[in-house]
Ligand binder design. Structure first.
Ligand code: ADP
Ligand code: MG
Length: 694
């Protein structure tokens, strides 16, 4: 019954059905899970003389008079065709209530009848009146809209609050308690969680604030519990898979260390130790390597890659941009020199015959290590024996894309890397099926950028400062907020900027860098920048990901108010790789929005990626923030992992116990979990069908 389409509910025709579908409401169950986002207390009946302007209230009285006036066409600009007015009186006084363009009311609300109205009184010509109040007639039975705590839903199309309440009410009546409770009875009993039907009722039509709160808590637990069940199921599944373990080669490890011109930080050592022990197992590693921009994740991955290649297996490293492909190639070649691994790259700008050569090498097993962009997950790419899949900057890939690379092998070990640091407990729940390594510290001796937020009026001054830095031998980026790189108009403004900067800094060499350059041009520009033949690079955010040029220690960002917090932090990461003092300069318009101003304040006040991520979460709200991070779990609708951290921990514990004792969910008491998982996974499956382009 609950999986029936809403089409079968009374009052839902094809048009309304389409609108509900847009809101992801397809079944009767979805309808019941379409919760109000807030509530209004419409219980307090006020005497008419006690009404106060702008204070919503319910009044109850008798219709003393009713009048419908039609307004001739063109008589007013607001397209009001009719006004229906009544005088509603109680024993203390009378108040005018009016509705526009609802002529049918004249047939429903007749003089002499009892009526309740909920609304916000406003002042007009020295008198209070209520416009567009919610009304109900006490003689027509219980109301869903007045005289109680009333839920307010998000609307779409022609939906109204009243309509949704009516449909939800109807859904309850049609279901008559036939919805099985997804949370097993013994857990509900242990945690004193109210049952499903009671809770659903209380979400939509609460009798008191206490009931409303209790039901809310139940659904927060329910959401988190099921997300954790999924996490543990996935984890259990990993454990059952068979992977080829890597052989540990102490000799090789010391060669790798010798090839580095620095010593690893303690966190890097720890992460390498964890990876070494994971990959020695006969089931696949699923590990997330987290750490702020510039903390040195690449070398850690390099150890895993070397272990893999030494074990006679192939390793694939997928990165979001071509520049990173070349950069990582350089890093790995240096680190692996003398080890005799064959390293190749693959990007989508390869000519067919070059690509074919790589495909062949991967198929035959001649290539040990491949570094590439999305090109790696195209169907032509086949491996002889893929042993390790590494995904760098994982947030730049869609969930589906991330899952495609490991599928090219027979349960390869997986390492994903992310520069969005979030608190451990949160990470555990979002990526719960992954084990987590966190790199806490930046390499020693790094100077953190000083961030300056200035206004347009200080531009000349900051140009002088940049000039000084350049004369001291440093290099600079000037970042331009091109939102959509395909828009020619945007590129034109980048070019204008470039011409301007070239004129301002005529003693120096200035160049441009953006997404429209060919792969060759990009490489060439980055090489020249690295060789200090270019002093200033006027660029789009394409440099945001991973570009690594130590001598470039100045970055100026134009219109930083157009960037998100995380993105600004990523950009800043480009200039914290040097032993010279880096400067991060934000030059904003003089007049920017409140929210943008808070972002710029946040980025100016700390270099700590964890704090930035928390601010980002606060400013953007959990839906947006977690949407990007989530690892293929259903969206959370009312739970907020940060706010509900305690509930999350509990839910996690219960989920762990369930899966530990019954990982195939065969026990009778877990039947409801199994059934509900089917509902959940079928509902979020379509989101996996992200297109794989490039
Ligand atoms: P991210 O974690 O952002 O991917 P990278 O791996 O690109 O950072 O490393 C940034 C820079 O730091 C690279 O130039 C790398 O060689 C250097 N690096 C990495 N680890 C250390 C270390 N322990 N000491 C000094 N420099 C290091
Ligand atoms: Mg990196």
């Amino acid at each position: 019954m609950d999986h029936l389409s809403i089409r079968y509910l009374k009052g839902v025709g094809p048009k309304k059905e389409a609108i509900f579908n847009e809101l992801s409401v397809h079944t009767v169950r979805d309808m019941l899970y379409y919760f109000p986002f807030r509530y209004e207390d419409r219980r307090n009946v006020r005497k008419i003389t006690e009404l106060k302007v702008n204070e919503p209230a319910v009044i109850k009285g008798k219709i003393l008079a009713a009048k419908l006036s039609r307004i001739p066409r063109f008589a007013n600009a607001k397209r009001i065709k009719s006004i229906f007015e009544i005088m509603l009186g109680d024993e203390t006084g009378a108040v005018e209530c009016m509705w526009f363009n609802q002529e049918y009311l004249a047939r429903q609300l007749l003089a002499g009848e009892e009526l309740m109205v909920y609304g916000k009184p406003t002042y007009k010509r020295n008198k209070l009146r209520i416009v567009f109040g919610q009304y109900y007639r006490p003689d027509k039975g219980d109301s869903l809209d007045v005289g109680r705590i009333v839920g307010i839903y998000s609307l779409a199309g022609s939906l109204t609050q009243k309509f949704i309440r009516k449909i939800v009410r109807g859904a309850f009546e049609q279901l008559r308690n036939s919805l099985a409770d997804p949370i097993p009875f013994y857990i509900r009993k242990e945690k004193d969680i109210p049952n499903i039907m009671w809770s659903l009722e209380a979400m939509h039509f609460p009798n008191s604030w206490e009931d409303s709160q209790r039901s809310r808590e139940r659904f927060i637990f329910e959401e988190l519990f099921f997300s954790q069940i999924l996490v543990y199921l996935r984890k259990a599944k990993h454990r059952l898979q068979e992977a080829t373990s890597f052989t540990f080669d102490r000799e090789m490890i010391s060669v790798l260390r010798r090839n580095l011109d620095f010593t690893l930080t303690a966190s890097q050592e720890e992460a390498i130790r964890q990876i070494t022990s994971d990959t020695a197992q006969s089931y696949p590693m699923h590990r997330l390597l987290q750490g702020d921009v510039g903390c040195g994740k690449t070398v850690v991955a390099a150890f895993a890659i070397a272990l893999c290649a030494r074990s006679g297996l192939q390793a694939a490293l997928m990165v979001p941009t071509e520049i990173l492909v070349y950069q990582h190639k350089e890093t790995l070649e240096k680190m692996f020199s003398g080890l005799g691994f064959r390293i190749e790259i693959l990007t989508s700008s390869f000519a067919a015959k070059d690509a074919e050569r790589i495909y062949e090498g991967l198929r035959s097993g001649a290539i040990d290590i491949v570094i590439g962009t999305h090109a790696l997950i195209q169907k032509d790419v086949l491996f002889k024996r893929l042993g390790l899949a590494v995904i760098d900057e994982q947030h730049k890939f869609g969930v589906a894309q991330r899952m495609l690379l490991p599928k090219k092998g027979n349960n390869p070990h997986c390492l994903v890397m992310s520069a969005t640091p979030i608190p451990r407990s949160l990470a555990l729940s979002l990526y719960g099926d992954l084990d987590i390594s966190i790199i806490r510290e930046l390499p020693k001796g790094r100077l953190l950028p000083q961030t300056k937020w200035i206004k347009e009026s200080q531009r000349a001054e900051i140009y002088r400062f940049i000039g000084q830095q350049l004369r001291q031998g440093r290099q600079a980026y000037i970042i331009y907020p091109v939102i959509e790189e395909s828009e020619d108009e945007d590129l034109q403004s980048l070019e204008t900027m470039y011409v301007n900067i070239s004129r301002q800094f005529s003693d120096f060499s200035v160049d441009m860098f953006h997404g429209k350059l060919t792969a060759k041009q990009k490489q060439e520009t980055i090489r020249k920048f690295r060789e200090k033949k270019i002093h200033i690079l006027v660029a789009t955010t394409i440099v945001e990901v991973g570009v690594n040029i130590e001598n470039a220690t100045v970055m100026m960002v134009e219109n930083p108010e157009r960037f998100g917090l995380a993105q600004l932090h990523q950009l800043r990461g480009r200039i914290q790789r040097s032993t010279h003092q880096p400067y991060f300069i934000l030059i904003s318009a003089d007049d920017i929005s409140e929210n943008a101003s808070r972002r710029l304040k946040a980025i100016s006040s700390t270099n700590d990626g964890f704090l930035i991520a928390e601010d980002d979460l606060r400013l953007r709200g959990p839906g947006d923030f977690f949407g990007e991070l989530q690892h293929g779990l259903p969206n959370l609708k009312i739970a907020n992992p940060l706010r509900d951290l305690e509930v999350l921990k509990q839910a996690r514990l219960y989920a762990y116990r369930v899966i530990k004792n019954d990982h195939s969910l065969e026990k009778l008491e877990h039947r409801s979990i199994k059934d509900y998982l089917e509902v959940l996974t079928s509902a979020f499956q379509p989101q996996h069908a992200e297109s794989v382009t490039n």
